[in-house]
Design a protein around this ligand. Structure first.
Ligand SMILES: [Zn+2]
Length: 345
């Protein structure tokens, strides 16, 4: 200490204090950043061999496998891929999430998940969670949204009639995509059997062989078992892609239980995670009642199709996910979208 300039002491003290505050402030910020750790969940549906459309799903949920491969290579460099289970456990405990944690999920149970996504993920050692619509697997009745698309794409002529609904104009591919969206939204609230019946009659009248056109689109149970053995988590997504918020409580419970039990019987492990089917995005598809029902039935988490990031203390029955479609296919777009979600307040 320089005792020749005692007047400098208080100034020096203030400077040191400021400096200390500065550093402690930085430390506090760093602590804050750690407590605000975000994890991300990606939501995929369909992977395609090339850039062309498939008959069984909306173009907005399809991604060419080559784009997926590049995305996963990027994810490997920039994030830590963890099983969804691990994220759910960390959120439930209120514990820390791994830094830059990210989980990968697939919805519905399309066969392309096994054929195209599985080899890519296996090559990188990445686990994934697959939410299966159990009734459509293994050659069961096709998913009703796939039926709508196959019908609208395949119907000859300029118009399509479905009982109880206004006739839909069919023309160009774009018009047919529009018609599929309108028809899908109109059909969401119907009871599964009623909807299936109307679609089957419309297909028959239009001469569209749905069984032939949609053969092999969904996974078999043998494939699901293979994915489970390789470390994938198999979650439930109802039997018929039922909107569980619009269905009667009894109907919702019956489908959730049946899908849970079918998965348990097939893979030998209980289904603990659920994805609320949300078809077309125009209707309410989850709520406190459905969350309470899932809890009662032994589920540990449920995911929605709203973007966002997971943080400690998040509601385990409305976990957000970032939907990956053609718009986010380029790695640059994906990277920007992921960071936006991760850093959002
Ligand atoms: Zn779905």
């Amino acid at each position: 200490m320089n005792d020749r300039h005692p007047s400098n002491l208080p100034r020096l003290g203030a400077w040191a204090a400021k400096r200390m505050l500065h550093y402690s402030g930085l430390l506090a910020l760093a602590r804050h950043a750690r407590s605000r750790v975000r994890a991300l969940v990606l939501r995929y549906h369909v992977l395609t061999d090339g850039p062309s459309d498939v008959l069984y799903a909306a173009p907005g949920v399809c991604l060419p496998v080559e784009a997926f491969r590049l995305q996963m290579a990027f994810v490997r460099r920039a994030y830590t891929v963890v099983p969804l289970d691990e994220l759910v456990a960390a959120v439930a405990r209120g514990g820390k999430l791994p830094p830059r944690a990210l989980a990968i999920t697939f919805d519905d149970g399309y066969a392309d998940n096994h054929r195209l996504a599985f080899p890519v993920l296996q090559g990188l050692g990445f686990p994934a969670t697959l939410y299966v619509t159990t009734g459509a697997l293994d050659g069961g009745p096709p998913l009703w949204m796939s039926v709508v698309r196959a019908l609208v794409r395949g119907a000859p002529g300029r118009e399509l009639s479905v009982a109880g609904l206004p006739a839909l104009a069919l023309g160009t591919v774009a018009e047919r995509d529009g018609a599929a969206r309108i028809l899908t939204r109109a059909l969401v609230p119907l009871a599964p059997a009623d909807r299936a019946e109307r679609l089957a009659r419309a297909a028959e009248a239009a001469g569209v062989d749905l069984e032939h056109r949609l053969a092999g689109v969904m996974l078999t149970w043998a494939e699901v078992r293979e994915l489970a053995r390789a470390g994938w988590t198999i979650g439930a997504h109802t039997v018929t892609h039922l909107n569980v918020a619009l269905a009667s409580p009894a109907e919702a419970e019956a489908e959730i239980v049946a899908s849970r039990d079918a998965i348990a019987a097939a893979v030998g492990a209980p289904a603990l995670h659920f994805a609320y089917p949300n078809t077309g995005g125009a209707h309410r598809y989850f709520g406190p009642d459905t969350a309470a029902l899932l809890r009662r039935l032994g589920f540990r988490s449920a995911v929605v199709s709203r973007a966002g990031a997971l943080r400690p203390g998040a509601d385990l029955f409305t976990l957000p996910r970032l939907g990956i479609g053609p718009r986010l296919a380029p790695v640059g777009e994906l990277a920007a979208a992921l960071e936006r979600q991760r850093l959002a307040a």
